[in-house]
Design a protein around this ligand. Structure first.
Ligand SMILES: [Zn+2]
Length: 462
């Protein structure tokens, strides 16, 4: 299905428009005018009242925010088998990659479609799939139908890994990445971006990492990889490379404003300085960190990263890690987990959390000039929250209510590139109930085929 943007759209008399503009204005009784896929005016409803529009959305019960970005969101296999890992499984990665590698083209299309439905219905307009999609040709239709912005890549490694990852000789990995970037970058009217995606520094040789960064630079695109540190990793890297993990990347030149390090748990002050000095950005997954018992008190450095000016996006990681795809819940976690970990309520205020999912996150992903705030000239990516719900009462401070009371369930309308993608809680690009049934079948088949098996429940299912 191809949808043309409404020629013009006026969001009228919003209870609040949270602009995240340079002054961080929150406009009470505000309106937003969208023309040809871009925001043309933002202001008081009284100022925009006369502006002509093909469609007018009565927003008097809505809080309007920029569309959300999700900086690390594996959407391939996991919806089909979500929730299978018991809490005491330890690392599920061996099973994760076994399941992922076993997906057929049609299965991946269906699970990706479901992932996208969940993402957009919770307000995400742009996400990074860190190389988990095996069949981008098949999934392209899902991205096109949903109208969402997708950043994708071909996950490559050229070293032995503790779990089954796509591994190629370095030259082949470089060739695949070059082909991928040339084929995909800029498609879907620019909504699709392709990045270089080595899995991690541990699973790739120095030569491969250097070559992929060079490719990203030459093609004017970005690179992301999984990256953590911590005492043990620092000792190992010191012994092997004479440097900390993040400094090792710097020594290879795999840093800079077009490098997004995912997770970044356990990094120390010198590593944060390295990121700040080089403009390297991060995508952190607060719910994954909490659910995985990753020790935010010791290993979470989000406040220090932000204090040094490092741009950070939030991610939901995977439907078997966080396990939801609701960025509003992720920003809630980012706001509350540091307060607890540091026993200091001043850590990560609600406004900072909201910035991570909007402007700061967009900047971290290199799309801050286009999206992330509601300002004239930016792409028209907006979320309209329905405040006619109990969790939004009473409404005095829309940012506090959004971050601490609400979640993605109050997302009423989502607009991407000026197109209304979710309209009155409903998307129109797929029959959801039929899709749920098919994804359940995919899950049953996939478990049977791979032999991955866990007890379905600790409690008896009778
Ligand atoms: Zn990941």
């Amino acid at each position: 299905m191809r949808r043309m943007p409404d020629q013009s759209l006026r969001i009228d008399h919003a209870r609040y428009v949270v602009t995240v503009d340079a002054q961080r204005r929150i406009i009470a009784d505000g309106s937003v005018l969208v023309e040809n896929g871009r925001i043309s005016r933002v202001g008081k409803a009284s100022e925009l009242g006369g502006a002509r529009a093909d469609r007018v959305i009565d927003a008097r019960h809505f809080v309007v925010t920029p569309g959300f970005v999700n900086g690390h969101m594996h959407i391939s296999y996991a919806h089909a088998v979500r929730g299978i890992f018991p809490d005491d499984v330890g690392s599920p990665l061996d099973s994760v990659f076994k399941l992922q590698m076993a997906m057929t083209e049609e299965e991946e299309y269906l699970t990706s479609l479901l992932g996208i439905v969940e993402l957009v219905k919770n307000g995400t307009v742009c996400f990074v799939d860190p190389g988990s999609t095996k069949f981008p040709d098949a999934c392209l239709q899902a991205y096109a139908d949903a109208g969402i912005r997708v950043i994708m890549g071909d996950c490559v490694t050229d070293r032995e890994a503790p779990f089954p990852l796509p591994r190629y000789p370095a030259a082949e990995a470089i060739g695949r990445t070059a082909t991928f970037l040339d084929k995909w970058h800029g498609r879907l009217d620019g909504r699709l971006r392709a990045w270089a995606m080595p899995f991690s520094a541990d699973t790739c040789t120095a030569d491969l990492l250097r070559a992929l960064k060079r490719l990203a630079d030459e093609r004017r695109t970005s690179l992301t990889l999984h990256h953590n540190s911590g005492d043990k990793a620092r000792q190992e890297y010191q012994a092997k490379h004479g440097r900390r993990p993040t400094e090792y990347l710097e020594s290879l030149g795999v840093v800079g404003p077009n490098v997004v390090l995912a997770h970044v748990l356990g990094i120390d002050d010198a590593e944060i300085d390295c990121m700040a000095r080089t403009g390297t950005t991060a995508a952190m997954c607060p719910v994954t960190a909490a659910k995985g018992g990753r020790g935010v008190r010791e290993n979470g450095r989000l406040p220090e990263l932000l204090a040094k000016g490092v741009k950070v996006a939030l991610g939901c990681d995977s439907p078997n890690n966080s396990n939801h795809l609701d960025i509003v819940r992720a920003l809630n976690m980012a706001a509350i987990q540091y307060k607890d970990a540091r026993q200091d309520m001043r850590q990560i205020p609600a406004e900072t959390a909201l910035e991570l999912a909007t402007l700061t996150g967009a900047q971290a992903l290199g799309v801050g000039d286009e999206i992330g705030s509601l300002e004239p000239g930016k792409k028209a990516d907006l979320v309209l929250f329905d405040t006619e719900r109990p969790e939004w009462q009473a409404l005095f401070n829309p940012v506090n209510n959004l971050v601490y009371n609400a979640d993605g369930r109050s997302v009423h309308t989502v607009i991407i590139d000026g197109r209304v993608i979710v309209d009155g809680y409903r998307q129109t690009f797929v029959d959801e109930s039929r899709l749920y049934g098919r994804v359940q079948e995919v899950g049953e088949r996939l478990l049977a085929r791979t032999g991955v098996s866990f007890s379905r429940s600790r409690w008896p299912i009778v």
